[in-house]
Design a protein around this ligand. Structure first.
Ligand SMILES: [Zn+2]
Length: 268
């Protein structure tokens, strides 16, 4: 899956000079300007400036946007000649189109999608297992399985209003995806930091509320409730215990949880 994506990216980059020669023979173009993190998806020569996109036919603005490499789930606002438009809009030739990413810390309404309820819920693609653990430690409802198929991820995201987080651009190009984010970093702690910034999540952190292993919610229990499940030293040394209401795993506040708090503290 990754190999295909990487090859597709390399192919797109290598094809740029050819596309540039061919596209000049098309008689129509729109002028794009992408803002903020959307520039990450553009070839270097098109970043942080206006550029022309030649085309033929009568495409939607979504098709034109995706022809530049930008993933539609990350676009939060589109202005065509100054007016806000939706993905299905078909721009007139020579229109000026501005595309904006998420507005950090600003509750800007947009025609593109209904804002999700907070705290956000996530579904993570394969290879993001460590990030799934970190999100659960922070209390975020996070589905993860290394056996999820792409279609499964997309349908669960739609049915449960979950943000898809993936390192595979192919999933986010699917027209059925509404809420999604392409993870730039491949280092788990940096990935958590990236998500916190992208979705302004700090205020929704609830440590010790969710099971790291299965995503189930915690219930607070007494030593008596779980004594038979603990090693003698653990029962003697700790006084605050939680049990996962889904898988039954018992957690206690100790050295491990201090490490967890340290990880969370780095982002708060
Ligand atoms: Zn559990």
């Amino acid at each position: 899956m990754y190999a295909n994506s990487i090859l597709a990216e390399i192919g797109l980059t290598l094809l740029q000079p050819v596309l540039k020669m061919v596209e000049k023979h098309f008689d129509k173009y729109v002028e794009f300007r992408f803002y903020g993190s959307l520039n990450d998806f553009l070839v270097p020569g098109n970043r942080h400036k206006s550029f022309k996109r030649y085309y033929f036919g009568n495409p939607t603005v979504k098709d034109l946007i995706e022809s530049t490499g930008v993933l539609h789930p990350e676009v939060s606002l589109i202005l065509c000649n100054g007016d806000e438009v939706t993905f299905g809009f078909r721009p007139q030739p020579f229109s000026r189109i501005a595309c904006y990413p998420q507005f950090h810390f600003l509750p800007v309404e947009s025609l593109l999608r209904i804002p999700l309820a907070r705290p956000l819920k996530f579904i993570l693609d394969v290879h993001l297992g460590k990030l799934a653990s970190y999100l659960r430690i922070c209390g975020f409802d996070t589905l993860y399985s290394n056996s999820f198929a792409d279609d499964e991820i997309i349908s669960i995201s739609s049915a449960q209003n979950r943000v898809i987080v993936t390192r595979d651009k192919g999933i986010l190009r699917n027209g059925k995806v509404t809420y999604g984010y392409f993870m730039r970093s491949n280092v788990p702690k940096a990935q958590l930091k990236e998500l916190f910034y992208e979705f302004d999540m700090k205020k929704d952190v609830r440590p010790f509320s969710r099971c790291t292993y299965c995503n189930g919610l915690f219930e607070k229990v007494t030593l008596n409730d779980v004594n038979s499940l603990l090693k003698e030293g653990t029962a003697r040394s700790y006084s605050e215990f939680y049990r996962c209401t889904s898988c039954g795993k018992v957690y206690w506040i100790g050295a491990h949880s201090k490490n967890i708090l340290k990880i969370i503290g780095e982002f708060l």
